[in-house]
Design a protein around this ligand. Structure first.
Ligand SMILES: NC(=O)c1ccc[n+]([C@@H]2O[C@H](COP(=O)([O-])OP(=O)(O)OC[C@H]3O[C@@H](n4cnc5c(N)ncnc54)[C@H](O)[C@@H]3O)[C@@H](O)[C@H]2O)c1
Length: 367
């Protein structure tokens, strides 16, 4: 399949997402074609990316001064300390705003590096080379950057668009099945937000997509990127419409926070549980028909995700879950804001529910 290019135009930056296979081997040419030239750069890589990809990237980058930092991607490390580590290297080596920071990793490394880039001297060049399915279909695009703290997930952050995104599908071959499922969570979310045809495509080709078969994986990535482009171009800083992308995420973020960002539940898995909750809640409130609810539910059950909500949480955890939901960024009253679904392509942005009523709903799902 040929290399694809999607252009994103926002108020703060215009940039491209280049999608294809074996792109790392051509990275110098891709930078050049996108007008990116700099003398100094810091490359922040994820420890788990196989060495052959890292070595290839270092060899192909034709930059006078390269600095390297390897990080362990975990929600627990996605914090201020990681930002400081990056800033220290940039200051120690006299980086200026015309130099560049490259993230070569999944959503965790990308969010950290993006935030560090946006805050270093109020913004240094930032290139994202996402190495997980989730980061290729979602987190590398649209400029949300940030870190976690003890109050919850992604609560410290900024909107800072990258200068370029290079999504090399060949890198995904080393991902464990569990991480492919995590990425699929955001692909599914995109299809629900977009339209029924995209959902049908996933439903028909689910097994091939999860096996990263060509051209199914390419098409799924491109469809998700196009949906994200559409949303981000309309509402870059989440004044309202961009909230659609949070379908399932109010539940997801509070599950992750309640578990203390444990490896028992990865972000993408939390998103699948969250989509399931949002769909079920939409059906119970009679927004979503029984037929459509069943279609989505059956699809989710076919994904084969291991963590089960009733095994992760006990009834005694519900207050903690609700407390994390209360500090979600989307709330602007004492109520909790949920993103719900009426139909494929029809999302409800502002459903307000009291913490007490939500408690009852979650309690029932744990039965
Ligand atoms: N900024 C956004 O818009 C946005 C959107 C969605 C999610 N996110 C964030 O993204 C994060 C989740 O991203 P993720 O799912 O990519 O997680 P991740 O970055 O933790 O990567 C998942 C795992 O895969 C490993 N890995 C990475 N690349 C690999 C490769 N090529 N081969 C083998 N292993 C590899 C990592 O070390 C890690 O163990 C969350 O923190 C979430 O909040 C941000």
């Amino acid at each position: 399949m040929k290399t694809n290019k999607i252009s994103i135009k926002t108020n703060t930056k215009n940039y491209s997402i280049v999608i294809g296979r074996a792109l790392i081997g051509k990275i110098d040419k891709i930078f050049e074609a996108n007008g990116l030239k700099f003398d100094k750069c810091l490359i922040v890589t994820d420890k788990n990316i196989p060495n052959k990809f890292k070595k290839l990237l270092y060899r192909k980058l034709k930059i006078k001064k390269n600095f390297k930092l390897e990080m362990t991607a975990s929600e627990k490390n996605k914090n201020y300390h990681a930002i400081e580590k990056i800033h220290n290297i940039l200051f120690d080596n006299r980086f200026n705003r015309e130099d560049c920071v490259i993230s070569f990793g999944g959503g965790i490394i990308g969010d950290i590096v993006g935030f560090a880039s946006s805050t270093f001297k109020r913004g240094i060049k930032f290139i994202n080379i996402p190495s997980t399915l989730l980061s290729q279909v979602d987190s590398s695009i649209g400029g949300k950057t940030g870190v976690n703290n003890k109050f919850g997930k992604n609560l410290i952050g900024s909107f800072y668009q990258p200068d370029l995104v290079v999504s090399d599908i060949s890198i995904l071959s080393s991902l464990p099945k569990r991480e492919i499922i995590c990425g699929y969570a955001e692909i599914l979310k995109s299809s629900l937000i977009d339209n029924f045809d995209n959902f049908l495509y996933l439903d028909k080709n689910l097994d091939k997509i999860l096996k990263l078969e060509s051209p199914f994986i390419e098409k799924s990535i491109i469809k998700s990127c196009n949906l994200k482009k559409k949303v981000v171009e309309k509402d870059e800083i989440e004044k309202n419409y961009r909230k659609v992308l949070n379908l399932g995420h109010t539940f997801a973020h509070s599950y992750e926070s309640t578990l203390g960002f444990s490896k028992k539940l990865n972000h993408g898995e939390a998103v699948i549980l969250g989509i399931k909750n949002a769909t079920e809640f939409s059906f119970k409130k009679k927004f979503l028909s029984k037929e459509k609810f069943n279609t989505i539910f059956n699809h989710i059950n076919r994904i084969g995700m291991k963590p089960k909500i009733e095994r992760l949480f006990k009834k005694k955890d519900i207050s903690k879950i609700i407390n994390f939901m209360k500090i979600d960024k989307k709330n602007n009253s004492n109520n909790i804001n949920l993103i719900l679904i009426k139909d494929f392509g029809k999302i409800i942005l502002d459903f307000q529910i009291s913490p007490l009523n939500l408690k009852k709903f979650i309690s029932n799902t744990l039965n």
